[in-house]
Design a protein around this ligand. Sequence first.
Ligand code: NAD
Length: 242
Amino acid sequence: MRFDNRHAIVTGGASGIGLAIAMRLADEGATVTLWDISLGNLTAVTDSRLRTRQVDVTDAVAVAAGMQEDMAQMGGFDTLICSAGITGPNVKVVDYPHEAWHAVMTLNLHGLFYCNQAAARLMDPTKVGRIVNMASIAGKEGNPNASAYSTSKAAVIGLTKSLGKELAQTQITVNAIAPAAVETPIFEQMTPEFTAFMKSKIPMGRFGTVDEIAAMACWLCSAESSFSTGAVFDQSGGRATY
Ligand code: NAD
């Protein structure tokens, strides 16, 4: 199968997009460790190729140690999906609480940086290695009433481009996916007005599905995707214009 003998870590893997990617990687042969701060929703996962680790990805020490341990326990590590993320509140910049701003940056940007850095240190540069970061259309366009989230996702795109170029002479590629709204438990963090606004911006007139994002993520993780790095791939139902 496409991911036989591949070993993946998926952050935010207990829910939504991360869980769908992890399940598809495992279905196609990979050994996968789901990382999440909360593993409470995972009772349905019984597949023996799916391992779990409770990790707060904002803890750089825990990230580096956990990755090293998982690499040893899985017998390798060549694939990282960074899907852990939060939205922060839907308020204007002028009202944005500083604490919430820092919480969004700490997880969406700093946590993702810690994971990318640890993976780049551990992955074998001579073998197929894949890093896929979950950005967002918000990072390309900037959504009103979601400034911290939009800023963090723009930064994820910048980091992806930097690291992709730094590793371009190795076998490791680094790419980002920029979805428009995909209906997952993350919607509970946003106001109904805001999710309606996001849907109204999508020309296809519907939300994306986690399986659509998983299909693209898995192609980016495959050996077949060998000439794309430092790139941003849209899944936006026509919303993205560049
Ligand atoms: P989700 O809320 O379903 O899943 C996110 C997961 O991250 C949760 O399981 C949560 O427990 C975990 N998490 C939170 N804090 C963590 C921490 N400190 N350490 C480890 N794990 C932590 O969200 P989702 O919709 O699956 O989103 C996944 C990613 O895709 C996010 O980065 C999100 O910003 C991005 N994205 C989502 C959408 C969308 O509409 N769903 C659109 C564009 C981008």
